[in-house]
Design a protein around this ligand. Structure first.
Ligand SMILES: Cc1cc2nc3c(=O)[nH]c(=O)nc-3n(C[C@H](O)[C@H](O)[C@H](O)COP(=O)(O)OP(=O)(O)OC[C@H]3O[C@@H](n4cnc5c(N)ncnc54)[C@H](O)[C@@H]3O)c2cc1C
Ligand code: SF4
Length: 543
């Protein structure tokens, strides 16, 4: 076989992996502080925003600091929050609860985060930042113990790993500093955690899966700025879950369901729970006469303050959700991701202008002096309280922590276990029987994935790798009845041949919407998500 062609190299001052809110905010702040710096952002989505999925009600605090004239610049924050409702659902009824202060959205905006990120991308490009969409960072370049950049993935590789007719080797993007802004459960970040021991002393990161639908509804039913969060039905009290419903834009409704990935019942299907929640009388009325126009899913980091890793290492740092800056009680990570990107940029700009230390050492102290640190610190006990005390105990703990201690209780609850250790054996609990979809209000996975516009080059190596293929049946099927067939929101995992007594796992990798849940929840951490060929994955619009 011919030697693979050598990789082309490009040199920058700073390379940023991921064009999400954190990566683009880092890029923009850097260019504001160091106008001469050569900055490049790589993005695995086919265009900026294509892989962004969020609620989203966003707090404009970080944006006000980054681009104070965002209104004049035409930022797509046009629907102001008008009404907050927090509701506990029973099977057929509902009880309105007082809105916790963390969920008060006065002054916030309901947006499509994908649209906001597309707009941020244009602002970055106008400053001279180079953005390369359609290129996944597949490898971190490390030399003499220092990160010196990344390599994008090879293109045109056959399924068996051999170069195909359109083979093109990846590119090496080298830089003095590399900022990783991959979002929740970044695939390169995961390797950096190991390589530089970044998680020593931190609690395990905990996660949730969020599944979203976008609906267009009749104008007469639309209440711009209406925000509702529900808890309770259809899940039991020991599962941390809830829905959101936001009215925004031109007759759009963003609806979705979030389930903490520390759930225990292996029969639980977050996708089907999300579907059946729509049949509740309080929820279904929002969709009457409407039509579903988009679908997608993404994991979110829930560990918060006590799960933050060491943020810097020789040659770079971590920002945004890949580090875990999301504020769970607020259900918001955009302003925190942006702020962390801006602080990292300030630290990197200082190094470029001065000492050029191997690590951008001023990033952690800048963070500790910022509102971001204080914000995450004061809510640190709320999410672990639900894991510790269940739903009502968790609510009580949240109230005491917020109103009595004002976030400064003299203790910190910990996240004792990573999420993949929490599943019970399938034989210990009865299967959950979910209702069949009606195709009008409720849907199946295939028709859902269809409207996520997901596409991958089919003849490429499978990007969902099994460390030990035998475990798919020996452990996942025999012990847990293959929970990946239920938690994957895209129907990627299927067991075939079970009825003939020969169960085998089939991986429909082309359907993957890059939510990363399998990488998080697989009970033996046997499934590893690696970046597929750049440009593959969902092509979200309005999400
Ligand atoms: C269901 C859900 C609902 C949410 N609701 C809200 C809300 O209402 N309000 C709010 O403020 N926040 C909300 N959040 C959180 C918010 O979306 C995130 O905190 C925020 O998007 C994090 O920004 P980020 O830049 O760190 O990561 P992301 O937004 O995930 O962006 C990361 C980018 O990096 C790219 N990327 C990843 N790996 C690579 C690679 N190896 N090579 C190249 N590119 C790569 C991705 O394609 C993506 O474009 C929600 C999140 C979810 C999942
Ligand atoms: S295969 Fe994994 S990352 Fe892809 S959609 Fe399914 S659970 Fe998410």
């Amino acid at each position: 076989m011919a030697e693979p062609a050598a990789r082309e190299q490009m040199e920058f001052d700073v390379v940023i992996v991921g064009a999400g809110p954190s990566g683009l905010s880092a890029a923009i702040r850097l260019k504001q502080l160091a106008p001469e710096a050569a900055i490049c952002v790589v993005e695995k989505g086919g265009e900026v925003g294509a892989h962004i999925l969020s609620g989203a009600v966003i707090e404009p605090r970080a944006l006000n600091e980054l681009l104070p004239d965002w209104k004049e610049r035409g930022a797509p924050l046009t629907t102001e929050a008008t009404e907050d409702r927090f509701v506990f659902l029973t099977r057929n009824g509902s009880i309105r609860l007082p809105t916790p202060p963390t969920m008060n959205n006065h002054g916030n905006y309901v947006v499509s985060l994908g649209n906001v990120v597309r707009w941020l991308g244009t602002q970055a490009e106008a400053l001279g930042i180079e953005i390369y969409p359609g290129f996944a960072a597949a490898e971190t370049l490390i030399e003499d113990g220092r990160v010196v950049g990344i390599a994008t993935g090879d293109m045109g590789v056959n399924r068996d790993g051999t170069p195909g007719p359109n083979y093109a080797p990846g590119m090496e993007l080298r830089a003095a500093y590399t900022i990783f802004a991959e979002g929740c459960r970044g695939s390169l970040t995961k390797q950096l955690f190991e390589r530089f021991h970044l998680r020593v002393g931190a609690d395990p990161q905990t996660y949730a899966i969020g599944i979203k639908e976008l609906w267009e509804i009749p104008k007469e039913n639309h209440r711009p700025g209406f925000i509702e969060h529900t808890v309770g039905w259809p899940v039991s009290g020991n599962t941390y879950a809830g829905s959101w419903l936001y009215h925004w834009g031109d007759n759009m409704v963003s609806y979705g369901f979030v389930v903490g990935l520390d759930y225990q019942n292996p029969w639980l299907s977050p996708f089907e729970e999300m579907q059946r929640l729509k049949t509740h009388p309080d929820v279904r009325k929002h969709f009457e006469g409407g039509r579903r126009i988009a679908y997608g899913s993404r994991a979110l980091s829930e560990g918060g303050f006590q799960s933050l890793p060491k943020l810097t290492f020789p040659g770079g740092c971590l920002v945004g959700d890949t580090a875990g800056f999301l504020n769970v009680p607020k259900i918001k990570g955009t302003h925190t991701a942006m702020k962390s990107g801006m602080l990292a940029a300030e630290a990197v700009a200082a190094e470029l202008a001065g000492a050029r230390n191997p690590e951008p050492i001023t990033y952690p102290p800048l963070l500790r002096q910022s509102w971001l640190w204080d914000e995450l610190y004061t809510v640190r006990n709320i999410r672990p309280g639900f894991a510790k005390f269940g739903f009502w105990g968790g609510m009580l703990n949240a109230a005491v922590d917020t109103y009595v201690f004002r976030g400064r209780a003299p203790w910190t609850f910990h996240h004792p276990h990573p999420d993949h250790t929490s599943l019970m054996e399938a034989a210990a609990v009865p299967p959950i029987i979910y209702p069949k979809p009606d195709g009008v209000l409720t849907f199946d996975r295939n028709s859902s994935v269809f409207i996520s516009n997901t596409n991958h080059e089919e003849n490429q190596p499978v990007h969902l790798q099994l460390k030990d293929p035998a475990k798919a049946i020996d452990v996942n099927w025999n012990v847990y009845r293959s929970p990946e067939t239920r938690y994957c929101p895209a129907g990627v995992y299927e067991i075939v041949g079970a009825e003939l007594g020969d169960p085998r796992l089939q991986i429909n990798a082309q359907n993957c919407v890059h939510c990363k849940t399998c990488d998080i929840k697989d009970p033996t951490q046997n499934i590893v998500w690696v970046a597929p060929e750049g440009g593959g994955g969902p092509n979200y619009s309005g999400m």
